[in-house]
Every structure is written in structure tokens, then in C-alpha cells.
Write a protein that binds this ligand. Structure first.
Ligand SMILES: NC(=O)c1ccc[n+]([C@@H]2O[C@H](COP(=O)([O-])OP(=O)(O)OC[C@H]3O[C@@H](n4cnc5c(N)ncnc54)[C@H](OP(=O)(O)O)[C@@H]3O)[C@@H](O)[C@H]2O)c1
Length: 335
């Protein structure tokens, strides 16, 4: 079968398009004919190599997998060949401390076929396209968990979202807006800010030209005068961590699911205790989080933003654009 894979860790130059063996179907597993997958920032981390996570090489990239069941392993009940599915990308065995994830520590879905356990399957409703579905697991599932399950966002609150132009960021903008929050979206250029306003953000900040903490203080007042945002979403960390925490109001929340800009960050300790804010980590998503996202799309309350759809042989060029931040929303690959 054709696949996008890497034989060694490294930059974009190690990514290959070519033939990989057709995956066998073990007992309790199913093989899926992949119809759509997408790029996530975590693909770049997996390809470059992540401390503490062992990737079997050669590794097929791709964490999201929308498609049809192609073959059933022995003992799989309740599913049939041809069923439309959107499996959850990971499997966690808390009792034995084991975790595996498509495109991370086992072969992913940027291929014509991939295999998952039957226990990972989620039915895909007929009115949700494969392309929309492929946006959901990693980006929208993570955003849903961070905002709702962990962050407990409430209608009427204000929220500032950094990195709003990417997959998780776009999802946060849409989910927060749908939940009735006042959304301030922040991105790296004016064109992306315009698109965020068109997507529903109430206000947008270009953080390459405007300091976010200064902007928030000017708009809402100082911490001691009740200024700041109820919720701030930061998954870039690095140099953005301290200014973003200074945007949180008294008793507010700083939500974090990643560190695209660097895992080491400086914390403003006086601001932390003076504001009595909560810093809340969020990671991954559950079946319930993913099903909630599918329901929102199926009922027309959420429309994932797709930057472009490319065929499998075009995936490496699309990945180059992804790495240059030359995209808005999700880049879909349709094998
Ligand atoms: N913990 C988990 O389970 C989990 C799950 C999903 C994602 N994540 C993490 O969440 C983050 C976002 O993921 P994603 O898939 O949405 O990423 P993405 O689609 O690549 O979007 C990230 C956005 O962040 C902005 N950005 C700011 N600083 C950046 C930098 N130094 N390098 C690249 N982009 C930067 C870019 O927008 P501008 O150009 O507008 O600045 C970019 O569009 C990643 O760190 C990812 O690892 C974690």
C-alpha cells in the first residue's frame, strides 16, 4: 500500500511517500481503508523525535483516521466490512501503564490502510464527511477536553486563545463561541486575524505586532481593578507563557495542552499568587470528548475549518506549508 512515512528521525527531508507492507489484522482488531487524515503539530514532534517516546521505525505518520472498515479480525462483533468509522487515535491501559497512539509510537493513518483495536472504533454518521471527520480527533477532541471537560468554560465568560489560526486553536474559537463566551483570538498575522473574525471571534490580536498583555490591560484594566480574561488558552508556552498568564483575571484560568514554542517557560510568581488563578493542564481526549465533537458536526452546530484537501502523493508538499505556518485550520490528506 502507499503511505507517508519516515525511516529515521529528522526534518521534512526524512519524510517519504512510497510503498509500505499492507497491515495484517490481529484478533480483536480491524483494518480501515483510510479516506481522510490530517496534519497535527504532534506529527512534527513524532517525526523529529520526542524524549521519552519510542517510535518504531520506519514510522507511518498521521494521527486522525476517517474511513471504512476493510477487514475484521477474529472475535470482532458488532462491526461489519464497509462501516464508516472515526476511531479514537489512542489506547491507554492504565492498569499496566501502557499507551499507544496512531502516528506516534505505532504506525499512523497517512496511508491507504491502517489498523486499530475494535475497542477504539466510533461510528461515523452518514451526514459527516470523511474530510470534516478527519479534523476532529486530535485537534477538536483535545480542544473539547481542554475547554469543557478540564476548563469548565461558562457562557458569558471572556476567553483569549493564542495560536488560534491552527487546528486546536480554530477548534477552541468555535467551541468557545458555541458555548456563549466572548472570544478574543490571537494569531501571527493580519490575514489570519481577519479569518478568525470571519470564523466568529469577537476580537482578534496579531501577536507578532501587538503585546497581548498590554492589549488586555488596556481593554479590561489592571488586575487589581478587576481586569483580565476569565480564561486564557496557551499551548505555545516558551516566551508566550509569562505574557499570557498576565492576561488572566482574578480567580481566572490558564489552560494548557502543549508547548509548541518551547517546553521551558518563566512564570510570574507574584502574578500567580496575586491573581489566585488556576493553571490547568489538559492532555489528549476520551471517547466521550470525540463523540461530543462528532455530534456537534452531525447536528450542524460545528463546521471544522479545512484549509485544503490534498491526495496522498501531495502530503509532503502540504507538510512543508504546515511547517511554515502557511495555512489556516486543518490540512486534510485524502488517500
Ligand atoms: N496534549 C495533547 O494531547 C495535545 C493534543 C493536540 C495538540 N497538542 C499540542 O497543541 C499545540 C497545537 O497543536 P496543533 O495541531 O493545533 O498545531 P498547529 O495546527 O500547527 O497550530 C499551531 C499554531 O500555533 C501558532 N504558533 C505559535 N508559535 C508557534 C511556533 N513556535 N511554531 C509553530 N506554530 C506556532 C501558529 O499560528 P500563527 O502562525 O498564527 O502564530 C500555528 O498555526 C501543539 O503544541 C501540539 O503538540 C497537544
Amino acid at each position: 500500500m502507499k503511505a507517508v512515512y519516515f525511516e529515521e528521525h529528522g526534518d521534512l527531508s526524512v519524510l517519504r511517500y512510497g510503498d509500505r507492507p499492507m497491515p495484517d489484522v490481529a484478533d480483536g482488531w480491524v483494518r480501515i481503508r483510510v479516506r481522510a487524515t490530517s496534519f497535527n503539530h504532534a506529527d512534527l514532534f513524532a517525526r523529529r523525535g520526542m524524549p521519552g517516546i519510542k517510535v518504531e521505525l520506519p514510522g507511518i505518520t498521521g494521527m486522525d483516521c476517517a474511513g471504512d472498515i476493510d477487514a475484521l479480525g477474529a472475535g470482532v462483533n458488532g462491526w461489519g466490512v464497509g462501516d464508516r468509522v472515526l476511531p479514537i487515535s489512542h489506547h491507554v491501559d492504565w492498569d499496566n501503564g501502557k499507551f499507544d497512539m496512531l502516528g506516534e509510537n505505532r504506525n499512523g493513518a497517512m496511508a491507504e490502510y491502517c489498523v486499530v483495536r475494535a475497542s477504539q472504533l466510533i461510528k461515523l454518521p452518514d451526514n459527516v464527511s470523511y474530510e470534516d471527520a478527519a479534523c476532529l480527533p486530535c485537534a477538536y477532541g483535545t480542544a473539547y477536553r481542554m475547554l469543557h471537560t478540564r476548563g469548565q468554560i461558562q457562557a458569558g465568560q471572556s476567553i483569549l486563545i493564542l495560536g488560534a489560526s491552527g487546528g486546536v486553536g480554530n477548534a477552541c474559537v468555535q467551541l468557545a463561541k458555541a458555548a456563549g463566551l466572548h472570544v478574543v483570538a490571537a494569531a501571527g498575522d493580519d490575514a489570519k486575524c481577519q479569518r478568525l473574525l470571519a470564523l466568529g471571534a469577537d476580537e482578534a490580536i496579531n501577536y507578532s505586532t501587538t503585546a497581548i498583555d498590554g492589549w488586555v490591560k488596556k481593554k479590561t484594566g489592571s488586575l487589581l481593578r478587576g481586569g483580565g480574561m476569565d480564561v486564557v488558552v496557551n499551548f505555545t508556552a516558551g516566551d508566550t507563557w509569562m505574557p499570557s498568564m498576565r492576561c488572566v483575571k482574578r480567580f481566572g484560568k490558564l489552560l494548557c495542552c502543549g508547548g509548541t514554542g518551547g517546553y521551558q517557560a518563566v512564570t510570574d510568581i507574584p502574578y500567580l499568587f496575586m491573581s489566585e488563578m488556576s493553571i490547568i493542564g489538559s492532555t489528549g481526549w476520551t471517547m466521550e470528548d470525540q463523540k461530543a465533537c462528532i455530534d456537534l458536526v452531525a447536528s450542524g452546530r460545528l463546521k471544522p475549518v479545512i484549509d485544503r484537501v490534498v491526495p496522498l502523493p501531495g502530503a509532503i508538499d502540504a507538510c512543508a506549508a504546515f511547517e511554515k505556518r502557511d495555512f489556516f485550520g486543518k490540512i486534510i490528506v485524502a488517500p
